[in-house]
Ligand binder design. Structure first.
Ligand code: IPE
Ligand code: IPE
Ligand code: MG
Length: 245
């Protein structure tokens, strides 16, 4: 596919989908229309990643901080999420995409939780890609939650504090069943992580683009992957050490 090296694909791509509101104001539309258009960009990103053979795609859809937005915007976002899931479930199934979530799912409304559970159940046989939606997600909350569950295990006597390693920690995060992101994309020209996958992104390649999320096309995604493929991931080693291997 269009200049993509199939042997050097990121295994896990994570995206901070930002800029729906600014896209709406730029087009003299209401913010909610921006979110609607954002949902269409989600469809295209999911399709492209699946086509490329990306194994894990994680989308930041709603942060724990986003609860503080005006109530009508939060409501509209939740309604859009339900619509998205209902409209896409058949396609996800057909394409072998398994839906997963990370975040404080209990904070979501009963209706949304039900729709999520249903979609996860219906897609659980999917083996080609895992699509994870980060919902009511905050990385610091996740880390605090992780510390709590490790302390519980130590208190229960199932874990010794001397045996706690980086791997133990990773295995208690919401993301315990997935590899760390290799490529982390943020749209809309903001250069920050906004409390997304802080632990997991320790060695992610970061890619920032000014494109607003509703305008983010398949070609933009391919650009990000091509850029990733030009990077040398050294993990602290020297360039010579990498070529010696
Ligand atoms: C991203 O777009 C969607 C969510 C955060 C839910 P924004 O709504 O943050 O758009 P801007 O940043 O205001 O343009
Ligand atoms: C991050 O975007 C959260 C999502 C994309 C869901 P925000 O728009 O909420 O982030 P800030 O407030 O600009 O950092
Ligand atoms: Mg934003």
């Amino acid at each position: 596919m269009e200049g993509i090296d199939q042997t050097n694909l990121p295994r896990h791509v994570a995206i901070i989908m930002d800029g729906n509101g600014r896209w709406a104001s730029k087009n003299a539309l209401r913010r909610v229309v921006g979110h609607k258009r954002g949902a269409q960009a989600v469809r295209s990103a999911v399709r492209t990643c699946r086509e490329l053979g990306i194994q894990y795609l994680t989308l930041f859809a709603f942060s724990v901080e986003n609860w503080n937005r005006p109530a009508d915007e939060v409501e509209a976002l939740m309604a859009l999420l339900e619509d998205y899931l209902s409209a896409e479930v058949e396609d996800l199934k057909e394409k072998g995409i398994r839906l997963a979530t990370i975040g404080d799912i209990d904070a979501l409304s009963c209706g949304v939780r039900h729709r999520l559970a249903e979609t996860m159940r219906e897609t659980e046989q999917g083996r080609s890609m895992v699509l994870t939606l980060a919902l009511s997600y905050g990385s610091r909350d996740e880390i605090v939650e992780t510390v709590r569950s490790i302390i519980d295990a130590v208190t229960a006597g199932t874990l010794c504090s001397e045996d706690i390693t980086k791997e133990t920690f990773s295995n208690h995060l919401y993301t315990k069943n997935m590899p760390d992101p290799d490529l982390l994309i943020r749209t809309s020209g903001e250069y920050r992580l906004s409390n997304f996958l802080l632990w997991q992104s320790a060695y992610a390649e970061l890619y920032f683009t000014p494109v607003l999320w509703p305008d983010f096309t398949r070609e933009n995604l391919l650009d990000a992957i091509r850029d990733y493929q030009c990077r040398e991931r050294r993990f602290g080693l020297t360039s010579d050490q990498l070529t010696e291997k």
